[in-house]
Design a binder for this molecule. Structure first.
Ligand code: PEP
Ligand code: MN
Length: 347
């Protein structure tokens, strides 16, 4: 839909606009109002170059797209009936929980094994464990490939599927070869289109699930959903969207909590939404409330950092990991919130 700066286009302007859209196989249909005329683009209006050329015209105010830029992630796509199942849960049918350490300490694997048993006991369906870590400080612990064996041992001991972040294609290959069930794309890599493509290609023929975190600086929902489209376009629709707080931060919280975008995402896409309250608020004491708020907003699940002894953890664990007792309470309250939420009539 084309809106001009003036109330209507002049004959010359309309001719120029028509010539551009015709090059892309579209037509213009003026919609004449009492004061203002707007111009519908009839045809497939998704071509970026056509939109850029129209937006570049000095007399155009803006172009509103009617069609979605993401064909597969769109709620109206055939994939809308796709269901993702992992850890004995079909997402959307009951509250789905990923929990475990931010970072596996390769020098103290027993903490991870104890955490793994504890998160299972607390009711989690997937065990998370950071093997490679994106760290702001280059001198901070960056992770260690030895932790991949520890992660997989956690899987063997508990039977829970495991989730780990991959930051490059080398990690991706190692994680897939080891049998990691869920690949996490972190907030810093959510706009790394080469990595998104590589992951899409690598999981195309598998049933691996991809947890895509919301980018730290992502504003528009389209940017987030389009990042997911990159992966799904290779053929594996097992994608989960994970709001985890954005920048700029809210005073006192690590990031700006963004669980409230859940219903907005759900209006545009069929993909399940699993909120990460741990990175959102960044302090263990605030995590349970953020988790409950996420479920109240309609999240399908939660991704929570937990540790048997947070003070002895590494990475984010000393500040934001929940102890097993608090995790168990949070999951149980979140389940009650889930039931309450699903009993609310929205129309
Ligand atoms: C993490 O999950 O530990 C992590 C680093 O997440 P994010 O990419 O959301 O910061
Ligand atoms: Mn972390």
């Amino acid at each position: 839909m084309i809106l001009s700066k003036a109330n209507r286009l002049t004959a010359e302007q309309l001719a120029e606009v028509t010539q551009i859209v015709t090059e892309f196989g579209c037509k213009i249909q003026p919609i004449i109002g009492a004061v203002r005329t707007i111009y519908a683009i009839v045809g497939d209006e998704r071509d970026e170059l056509m939109i850029n050329r129209l937006e570049g015209l000095p007399y155009i105010e803006r172009i509103d797209r009617i069609q979605s830029q993401f064909k597969l992630m769109d709620k109206r796509s055939d994939l809308a009936s796709h269901r993702i199942a992992l850890g004995g849960v079909t997402l959307g049918e009951e509250l789905f929980v990923i929990a475990g350490q931010c970072t596996i300490d390769p020098k103290n694997p027993n903490y991870f094994y104890e955490t793994a048993e504890a998160v299972k006991e607390a009711g989690a369906h997937v065990l998370r464990g950071g093997v490679w870590k994106p760290r702001t400080n280059p001198y901070a612990f960056q992770g260690d490939v030895k932790s991949l064996d520890i992660l997989m041992e956690g899987h063997r001991r508990t039977g829970l599927p495991v989730d780990a972040e991959v930051m490059d294609e080398h990690h991706l290959r190692l994680a897939l070869d080891a049998g990691v069930h869920m690949l996490q794309i972190g907030a810093r890599n959510a706009l790394n289109y080469s990595l998104l493509r590589a992951i899409g290609r690598a999981v195309a023929e598998r049933d691996t699930v991809v947890l895509l975190k919301r980018g730290l600086h992502m504003g528009s929902l389209n940017e987030f959903i389009s990042a997911a489209e990159y992966i799904v376009s290779f053929g594996n629709p097992n994608i989960i969207l994970c709001p985890r707080g954005t920048a700029p931060t809210l005073d006192g919280y690590r990031n700006h909590p963004d669980e409230s975008i859940t219903p907005l995402l759900k209006e545009k896409t069929w993909a399940p939404v699993v909120v990460d309250p741990s990175h959102s608020v960044g302090k263990a004491v605030y995590v349970p409330a953020c988790a409950l708020a996420a479920v109240a907003y309609g999240a399908d699940g939660l991704c929570i950092e937990a540790h048997v002894e947070p003070a002895r953890g590494i990475g984010d664990d000393p500040k934001q990991a929940l102890t097993p007792g608090v995790l168990a309470d949070t999951i149980s309250q979140a389940r009650q919130m889930w039931a309450l939420r699903h009993s609310i009539k929205t129309a």
